[in-house]
Design a protein around this ligand. Sequence first.
Ligand code: 0O2
Length: 237
Amino acid sequence: MRNTVKYYDDVDSYKTIMFLYKAALKEVGTKLDILNDEFQHVHRYNPIEHIKTRIKTPESIVKKLRRDGHESTIDNMVQYVNDIAGVRLICSFTSDIYRLAEMIGNQSDLKVLSIKDYIKHPKESGYKSYHMLVSVPIFLSDSVVDTKVEIQIRTIAMDFWASLEHKIYYKFEGNAPGYISRELRECAEMVSALDEKMLSLNEAILNLEAPAVTGIIKIPDAVQEKGQEVRRAYVGT
Ligand code: 0O2
């Protein structure tokens, strides 16, 4: 964070930090809404299907700090837990993911701190998603505080997989039976195949030539003549 926030006691400082993360989520959420609206305005297309935001629970923050061998302090939380404020962008196609990542990278007031491309390099579990860690300046009455937000970008299919896998991971506390992990990896491959198929299908639809479409809706002469006949019978002209 750019400025040091004055800490009074642990509860006060926790509340202050959480206030900053919530403000950062609002900033980034609004920014993404505007980018999506602009894209719709210019290209008649929404790259973002929907946006989810969440603040990490205190339990989950403490768990992560413990996992990485850090004491549960406010300083450690700010320094080591990068996804306290999280935004998830769900898109239809993998091409949308990279388009959005580029648009986010081009925002002059956001600083991209790191990128993890789990689409090109999936996790062993089969997890696929594009993670960007950014920092956004939060303008307070007497200071500016750079605050971290993790943006996860994935397709609807990847999100479907990740939600189920996340539930299973927590249910078994990371020790799911071997056959479940194997089947989840198989599902991850199916998800990738589905995403590829949907992307190529969408490209094929976009490349459909206008004459073919015109051909479909052109009314054949015989039908037009029949129409005239019916009209004459009713209207008498
Ligand atoms: P929750 O409940 O979503 O908050 P880092 O210290 O950031 O470098 P970390 O935390 O492992 O290391 O970062 P990473 O890999 O970017 O993962 C952070 C988040 O990505 C996770 O947060 C999940 O939301 C998601 N994620 C990462 N790997 C997996 C996976 O294998 N399966 C699923 N379903 N999600 C994954 P949390 O804290 O685990 O959970």
